[in-house]
Design a protein around this ligand. Structure first.
Ligand code: GTP
Ligand code: MG
Ligand code: ZN
Length: 354
């Protein structure tokens, strides 16, 4: 397989993926990056441009989880069926990812994006601001090996004092992640974002509907590349963006727009929890009981820290809540895997996850 890595480096290709492609792509296939995902169809891009693509039946048959499906940012082995269409035969392993638990009773991962260097976790200073939700996104990023940066938008709608207060609230909650205050209206903070973004690196926007993710991309591209829409008076967005899309910016960085999220389930996030709540985990090392739930046990260092005013009750509560959620998700996922393994014994029925 021929790889013109110089041009593909502009889409973020590096030696790690070149090696993987050498192992996993067939000679007649080529390496490309998934740049658009829109309900079952894709756009894949490489040094020759962008074409629409579908996953082959064989590939679909071989996947047993929705998270194995191609997602935006994936590197894939493709076959060009014609000048303007391609088929995806293989998804290369992911270096990093953003995923959440799908909404609904059954546990499925939903991949949001793959091979991301930095996640911009976007909240609006107006209406949307919510520290526990920030924490959830931080766990998600950490779990997927993605570096987080917080972006507070719509600073033009609040006073400088209000903004300082919101930032203090985040810091008070024990979050030390970099924060960029941004107004798409006045342009404040835009340069800080531009300067942060490096050549060949991939950034992903995460956050509720209506916080200004797409508007930010349009500011960065300097044109109305993507559609945005005014939010309702209640401040609630209406899901203007419906597809996940990777955009290459003039300075050579890439940014992925995603639809606003209603619910972000945390799943198998123990590792991510460790990063986001390292203060609590450190305290719990010293609890008298190994399996301390930090609710009523004697000799609990977490409760002691709350009493001493060293740890906020809110933060401890949120930690407990996320931990419970993560554990119950893991348990029901394990259960489900066990069941589906059992039914597979009777032969593969060609059932596909949707
Ligand atoms: N005042 C103010 N309005 C903004 C700012 N950024 C975006 N908006 C407005 O907020 C509305 C929603 O912006 P979008 O960019 O569509 O929001 P989004 O996060 O992409 O929303 P979804 O695509 O639904 O997830 C639009 O009317 C924007 O003009 C800002 O910094 N200040
Ligand atoms: Mg949008
Ligand atoms: Zn304890």
């Amino acid at each position: 397989m021929e790889i013109k890595s110089r041009q593909l480096s502009e889409l973020g290709l590096d030696q790690w993926f070149i090696d993987k492609a050498g192992e996993l792509c067939q000679p007649e296939q080529r390496l490309a990056r998934v740049t658009v995902v829109d309900r079952g169809w894709y756009v894949v891009s490489n040094e020759d441009g962008d074409v629409s693509a579908r996953a082959t039946g064989k590939f679909l048959h071989g996947t047993d989880s929705t998270s194995d499906m191609p997602c935006v940012g994936d590197w894939v082995c493709v076959h060009y069926d014609s000048e303007d269409s391609a088929s995806i035969h293989m998804v290369l392993p992911r270096k990093s990812f953003l995923r959440r638990k799908s909404a609904g009773k059954t546990i499925e991962f939903q991949m949001i994006a793959a091979n991301i260097d930095v996640a911009f976790i976007v909240q609006s200073c107006h209406y949307d601001f919510n520290v526990p939700r920030l924490e959830r996104y931080l766990v998600m990023a950490s779990e997927g090996q993605v570096e987080p940066v917080l972006v507070l938008t719509k600073t033009d709608l609040v006073s400088a004092e209000e903004l300082a207060h919101l930032i203090a609230e985040i810091r008070h909650g024990g979050i030390s992640t970099r924060i960029i205050a941004l107004s798409n209206v006045t342009g404040a903070g835009l340069d800080e974002i531009r300067e942060l973004m490096g050549f060949g690196k991939t950034y992903c926007l995460l956050g509720s509907s209506g916080v200004g993710k797409t508007t930010l991309i349009n500011e960065l591209t300097g044109q109305d590349t993507l559609k945005t829409r005014a939010v309702s008076d209640s401040g609630e967005g209406r899901h203007t963006t419906v597809r996940r899309q990777l955009i290459v910016l003039a300075q050579g960085a890439m940014i992925i727009d995603t639809p606003g999220m209603r619910e972000i389930g945390i799943f198998a996030a123990s590792e991510g929890m460790a990063d986001s709540f390292d203060d609590i985990l450190e305290l719990s090392q010293c609890c008298r009981f190994n399996n301390c739930s930090h609710t009523n046990e004697p000799g609990c260092e977490v409760l002691q820290a709350i009493q001493d005013g060293k740890l906020q009750q809110d933060r401890a509560d949120n930690y407990a809540k996320l931990k419970r959620e993560s554990e119950s998700n893991e348990a029901s996922y394990a259960e489900k895997r066990k069941k589906s393994k059992g039914s597979e014994k009777g032969g593969k029925s060609g059932m596909k996850h949707r």
